[in-house]
Design a binder for this molecule. Sequence first.
Ligand SMILES: *[C@@H]1O[C@H](CO)[C@@H](O)[C@H](O)[C@H]1NC(C)=O
Length: 472
Amino acid sequence: MLARRSISRALRAPKLRQSHYGLRHQHDSTAPRKSARRPGVFSFVIFGGVAYGAGYYLNKKPDDKIDAVDHTQTAAAQRGPAHTLDSATALIRAAEESRTFGNPRTTGGHFHSTHLASNSPIEDRSDVLDAMDAGWQLWGVYDGHAGWATADLLQHNLPASVVEALKNVPGEAPPESLDETVKRVFTDFDAAILDPAAAVIQDGTPDQRAASVGTLAPALAGSCALLAIFSPVEQSLRVACVGDSRAVLGRAGSGTDALTTIHLSEDQTGFNASERARIEAAHPGESPIDPKEGRILGIAVSRAFGDSRFKWTSALQTAAKERYWGFKARPAADTPPYLTAEPVITSTKVERGDFLILASDGLWDNMRSEDAVKCVAQWREAKRTGKLRQNWQQRAETGSEEKEFVGEWKATSEHFVFEDDNAATCLVKNALGGRRRGLFTGVMSLPSSLSRDARDDITVQVIFFDDEAGSK
Ligand SMILES: *[C@@H]1O[C@H](CO)[C@@H](O)[C@H](O)[C@H]1NC(C)=O
């Protein structure tokens, strides 16, 4: 169960975006992607029009002010950032983290992470929790949609709630009871988001509206959760997945050729046959999934936290809309809930040399799991041999670009570049073009929300369980 403090922190946090734009669905990832473009262009046109009008007026007016206006600067301010290789790299490096963690069986583990925003502000959250006093080390990635309110709440509270619950599982309990405990924490957590919000809709009074909106925000928004729970003593790794963030284990074997990619989670979308069967079976005669789009009543993920639109009755949603600016209820959604926050859990024994990649779908949109594993393995080798710094010192500002059309690029190893000291930064840069500098600096220069058509928010964590090369 959530501590009271956690809830009140969440109450303080959210600010609903529509107050800025009057456009509720601007950052709604459940809406078709194309619509994300409109408000950006729209406000650009408005802003451009106002700027043009002001310029026209000042030009016409014969007074001293004309000389004071630097039109080249006004125009520059309206353009995007026009990144160079160095400034685009600096942007990814700005969010880097690197730290060690205890691993009694080995020399210790090493953790690298970073994130890159496409939404403004970013809707991804992530964290590390060192709970070695209880025997656990946790890493989490939370990819929010329709805002960051749910993801933020998860980041601050979910891992600690899991640790508290695991402490109460007796040492001799079978592994399945650990899984059951984690599942229960996840679904209880979701109830702790939704139930107080439903109560507020029913019982809240107009003079409490500000606080009520805060309680509602994490129920109206939604988030995926990907939580890795590692026991250094047992060398056991559990990954609990809700949504379409992905955990991939790289196993070195002997030499790079023996490299294997082990999926520790499956993307939970309407494209997954077992997810589709589960949902169809729960809603006979309704067909809530569009098989072409892989979406459940419009949303791309088949499991999520929050997202009351897919969990509440139409009557409750209508009340939320009338009293608290909630969403319009989906038509023909008569048998909620359509989404669950129950995770799918995998368990793995960690072997010497293994590394784990956790990332939001922003990475996987442009990079296959096998390529990500290959990238990290090659990064580790470049780090070990001191090539990273050398490559960065000798970096080239331009690279070979094979295509004019960039819309559907994929990150493949022939374009990989190894010049960043942080493995997560290396993955992000390579997912966004790598050695193709024109692609990389171009896609990095797209301002929000135009960027959303080209790249999603990206969060990457890389965990080297026992890696000398990962450390300094
Ligand atoms: C669908 O998801 C389930 C549960 O995570 C997984 O076992 C299965 O392999 C997935 N199927 C495909 C085709 O990815």
